[in-house]
Write a protein that binds this ligand. Structure first.
Ligand SMILES: [Mn+2]
Length: 180
């Protein structure tokens, strides 16, 4: 189980922060956010995670893109939620001061490996959610890079949750159909 009030608080906070942002498919951004949260909730239940850990995992899932994609800062999350949530969301964010995408990914994984499993789970859930049908304008190289990145994430964070690791593994297999 997890705390429903916590869920609503993080949900509303994220919805306010993301405002009018859209997913690549043109849907309200909260469709992405709540899909990631749904994966995490399912994994918490399946793995019988204790309530405190579930609360951290689910809060980080709902807030996982607010530092990267909105005006919300680490300090605000620290004040409005907790140090654990602020640290978790920061680790789930790209450091945009790093030039290359590879460096950003590497740094993010390094930061995540210093976080508890409940936070690492969110990265798996995010990639599971993003590995649906690729946007039409993506060429083969872009898809291959995305897939390679997914395998890298899986290999680094697979210990965080068996259920999500298996699910990401299946998604990676499935995604190969999109590459010629
Ligand atoms: Mn995301």
């Amino acid at each position: 189980m997890f705390c429903q009030e916590n869920y609503i608080k993080a949900l509303e906070y994220a919805a306010n922060a993301h405002g009018e942002q859209k997913t690549p498919k043109g849907l309200p951004y909260m469709v992405h956010v709540t899909s990631v949260a749904m994966e995490v909730i399912n994994a918490c239940e399946n793995s019988k995670l204790e309530i405190e850990k579930s609360n951290l995992a689910i809060s980080c899932a709902l807030l996982h893109d607010v530092i990267e994609d909105t005006n919300i800062t680490y300090d605000e999350l620290y004040v409005d939620f907790s140090e654990a949530v602020a640290n978790g969301v920061e680790a789930l964010s790209k450091d945009k001061s790093l030039k290359s995408k590879q460096e950003q990914m590497k740094r993010s994984i390094e930061m995540l490996l210093e976080q508890p499993y409940e936070v690492q789970m969110v990265k798996l859930a995010d990639r599971i959610t993003n590995l649906s049908i690729p946007p039409e304008h993506w060429d083969n190289d872009k898809k291959k890079t995305y897939l390679k990145e997914a395998s890298f994430i899986l290999s680094c964070l697979k210990n965080s949750n068996i259920y999500l690791s298996q699910r990401l593994e299946e998604k990676i297999e499935d995604y190969k159909k999109n590459i010629e």
